[in-house]
Design a protein. Structure first.
Lengths: 140, 326
């Protein structure tokens, strides 16, 4: 078993579905930051069988809705002075901004530079979102 | 640590290049107006129809920008006639090659620039969502969607509603038979959505199998609110409103398929024999063969009046968005 020391201040993303850790690591562009980041994969878990986990030693505030879209089952632990001060259970966000891209080839966003497109939750079961411009449905 | 290290995925951007929220009212889709706001708009249109001379100067000194990135006759003329009849003036283009977009200018920059000159803008564009994008870059100038691809055409819906209100006096308790190309007709989709907001409205959808109403429209209706058939003659006697539509050649991949379906329904005097005396026949125009010329003389045929109402409702819309009163 590999041991990773506790972080003093930052965020621990726990209960990431096995195999999703790297996807989240990439989506959050964690390879671009200079703080300490640890990605652990295939950790034994009583509840999940196996899980992934990410530790980030940082004081930057996070946009939690983003993580909710990627994997709503993740638990976010906020760490200060080496102790967990908050535990946040994510939900599928009602609205996401700037993450999804519209897949409708007739949508204006395919032709113009449109930053931060809003997508509104359309079907929670299918995790599909409606483009604010053309109303077509898409998912991550 | 600079926020750009994480990129936009990680953090909410405080500014994103889009103008801040503002109170300028736009018309992008029919549901941008509540039923109460629609009633107010139609009352104003009624007043204009009753006494157009009272409105001759209401837009004096105001400029309408008419931005047509794809061809249109009816809608463009209707808007331009509306503005001129209100005493305003019109600038614009009906060919995108005549605009700076042909030089590579973004839509955002075009709209920001137009907003420096005009008081209100009408935009038609082949891409879906264009009017909404334009409205986001127009903090002071109201933007009206005159058609964005196959997505929305809200002022045609206003035209249809004003016509129904004029002839039927109310929107509730009607049986509306919608006939023809129900698959591709954006005006029909908008009309069904708009009319389904009223009490006890029943729809009869009449189309060949290949051109049936899309599931996403049916999903929004109660099961008892509609029936489907391919036989116009069998159901025409039930209709209070018959809404005919053109089979849209431009939507077909196969010319053969279009030729096979284009004359599937032709409304003529014989078929009208069983229709109610006070039924009205509507059509968004242009028609091809789906309504025989002989029907034009039937008092129930209101489709050319419908086009006239289109101008009046656009006059009312311009006044409402510019917050002008007589």
């Amino acid at each position: 078993m590999i041991n990773v020391s506790k972080i003093k201040k930052g965020i621990v993303l726990d209960h990431i579905s096995q195999g999703q850790g790297y996807k989240i690591f990439s989506q959050l562009k964690l390879d671009e930051i200079e703080d300490v980041v640890v990605l652990l994969r295939n950790i034994p878990s009583n509840k999940m069988g196996k899980k992934d986990l990410i530790k980030i030693e940082t004081d930057i505030p996070l946009d939690l809705t983003v993580l909710g879209l990627i994997d709503p089952d993740i638990t976010i632990n906020i760490i200060e002075n080496g102790e967990r001060v908050d535990k946040i259970k994510l939900k599928l966000p009602q609205r996401v901004t700037g993450i999804l891209k519209c897949k409708n080839p007739r949508c204006i966003t395919q032709y113009e530079k449109v930053r931060d497109i809003d997508f509104i939750l359309a079907d929670p079961k299918k995790r599909t979102y409606r483009c604010e411009y053309c109303d077509s449905h898409t998912s991550l | 640590m600079p926020s750009h290290v994480f990129g936009k995925v990680f953090f909410r951007n405080k500014t994103n290049g889009v103008e801040p929220m503002n109170k300028t009212k736009h018309l992008i889709e029919p549901r941008d107006f509540t039923i109460e706001e629609l009633d107010e708009l139609f009352r104003l249109a009624d007043n204009i129809i009753a006494s157009p001379k009272d409105y001759l100067d209401v837009c004096r000194g105001k400029l309408l920008a008419s931005l047509f990135f794809e061809p249109s006759t009816r809608t463009r003329f209707s808007f331009e006639a509306a503005m001129l009849r209100l005493g305003g003036q019109v600038i614009g283009f009906d060919d995108p090659s005549a605009s700076s977009t042909s030089k590579g200018e973004t839509l955002a920059d075009t709209i920001r620039t137009v907003g420096c000159y005009a008081d209100i803008a009408v935009i038609r564009h082949p891409r879906e969502g264009t009017a909404k994008l334009a409205s986001k870059h127009s903090p002071r100038m109201p933007v009206i969607n005159a058609g964005d691809g196959g997505h929305q055409h809200p002022t045609q819906t206003l035209t249809d509603l004003l016509t129904i209100r004029h002839y039927k006096k109310h929107f509730d308790n009607h049986v509306i038979a919608v006939c023809g190309d129900l698959k591709f007709g954006r005006t029909i989709h908008s009309l069904v959505k708009a009319m389904s907001r009223y009490e006890n409205v029943k729809f009869i959808f009449i189309s060949p199998d290949e051109l049936k109403m899309p599931a996403y429209i049916l999903d929004e209706l109660h099961d008892t609110a509609y029936t489907q058939t391919d036989n116009l003659e069998m159901v025409i006697d039930q209709a209070d409103i018959l809404y005919m539509s053109r089979v849209q050649r431009e939507r077909f991949v196969s010319e053969e398929e279009y030729e096979r379906l284009k004359d599937y329904y032709i409304l003529d005097n014989l078929k009208l024999q069983n229709a109610k005396e006070d039924m009205i026949i509507m059509h968004p125009l242009p028609r091809v063969n789906e309504i025989s010329d002989e029907v034009d003389d039937d008092p129930r045929a209101v489709y050319f009046e419908q086009a006239r109402f289109g101008m009046f409702v656009r006059m009312a819309l311009i006044m409402k968005l510019l917050e002008l009163e007589v």
